[in-house]
Design a binder for this molecule. Structure first.
Ligand SMILES: [Zn+2]
Ligand SMILES: [Zn+2]
Length: 368
């Protein structure tokens, strides 16, 4: 099989001016969210021949997903979306390296992986998750193509490298941006019903996102930051937005990033031993630390620290029946020294901020 020959599955697209199949095959794309939009975007990139895809989503497939998902079917109901999608993608393009991450974004994909990715595709359905992804991409100056669908169209927002162009955060008010800072308990109280959506607008927005990803991979930056796609008026057009000087998402982490000789599978104790004495490493997401019962002082039976929802729910004391609420921390130093970093929500190849004993912060990256 020769490139461009009869047996070349990518022969037709190699004919496109400005196309580079080799560049595509060498590229890594992160797809954050494997719902309807993530399915379409991942399908497009896999068929086009992208080399490596990381797919991240904590959720499992539900029957209500099936009218909008090309990669998952009836047999997949109840299975993690990311794993089901990866199986289908490998059938579509056997040359693809696809990795499922069944986890929330900050836990599933490390900052180092976002920094190394050629493009990040945001396929998330809540403002809070979209802002969180934007914030993480801005920290490591990653290219982010973020999409959102509406009943008859949608929108796409770009974050390009080393640019001070307006971002998704710039288009929101300070109050709207603060949605991302609310604790999960308040957030759940205001949860609304499902968004109206169909495969037609999903496929439309996903195609725009894929085209933007391809232009990025072929090093041809797009001359706009926000695109509005509206089938009702028959118009897809760039929307002009202004850079908000108060938007916090324009400050990449500063200073050198040193790589530690351990991965997220290492324990807290091993991490502390690899740091300088007195250095205080912080996780990006909060984890649960056991606290004694306010009634009788007993600790819960299971004193392991972790970040799973089951551990977060308050439970009643086995000795006196009082309600015991867990504590939360981001300081890895206070976690169980035998706990694995991954179990505390540290992502693969994450970059941890480390508080120095003399003040200030340093950045430490984990190995693969
Ligand atoms: Zn901004
Ligand atoms: Zn008690």
């Amino acid at each position: 099989m020769t490139a461009g020959g009869e047996g070349d599955r990518f022969g037709r697209q190699r004919l496109i001016a400005g196309w580079s199949q080799e560049r595509l095959e060498a590229a890594t794309a992160v797809v954050a969210g494997v719902g309807a939009l993530g399915n379409e975007v991942a399908k497009n990139l896999a068929l086009a021949g992208v080399g490596r895809l990381i797919l991240c989503d904590p959720d499992t497939v539900e029957p209500s997903n099936l009218s909008r998902t090309v990669l998952v079917g009836d047999d997949d109901v109840g299975r993690p979306k990311a794993e089901a999608a990866v199986r289908a993608l490998r059938r579509m393009n056997p040359g693809l390296r696809a990795e499922p991450r069944v986890a929330d974004l900050a836990v599933g994909v490390g900052l180092g992986e976002l920094a190394d990715a050629d493009v990040v595709l945001g396929c998330l359905d809540s403002r809070r998750s979209r802002l969180r992804l934007l914030g993480r991409c801005a920290l490591v100056d990653a290219v982010l193509i973020d999409g959102g669908t509406q009943p008859w169209g949608g929108e796409m927002r770009l974050r390009q490298q080393k640019s001070d162009a307006p971002c998704y955060g710039c288009t929101l008010s300070a109050a709207e941006r603060a949605v991302g800072d609310q604790p999960w308990s308040c957030r759940d109280l205001v949860a609304s019903g499902p968004e109206a959506s169909s495969i037609a607008s999903t496929a439309l927005v996903a195609s725009w996102m894929t085209l933007a990803a391809l232009r990025t991979l072929f090093a041809v930056p797009l001359p706009y930051s926000v695109l509005r796609v509206d089938a009702l008026s028959g118009v897809s057009e760039p929307v002009s937005v202004r850079r908000d000087p108060d938007c916090p998402h324009h400050h990449p982490l500063e200073g050198p990033v040193r790589t530690l000789p351990l991965s997220c599978r290492a324990t807290v104790g091993e991490l502390l031993a690899a740091l300088e004495p007195g250095e205080d490493p912080l996780s990006w997401s909060e984890f649960v630390i056991p606290r004694p019962c306010p009634g009788c002082g007993h600790y819960p039976e299971n004193r392991r620290t972790s970040h799973t929802q089951a551990d977060i729910d308050a439970s009643s004391c086995k000795h006196c029946g009082a309600l015991v609420r867990p504590g939360f921390s981001q300081r890895l130093r206070v976690a169980d020294p035998d706990a694995r970093l991954a179990a505390l929500g540290v992502a693969p190849e994450d970059i941890l901020s480390v508080r120095r004993p003399e003040g200030g912060y340093a950045w430490r990256r984990l190995e693969k």
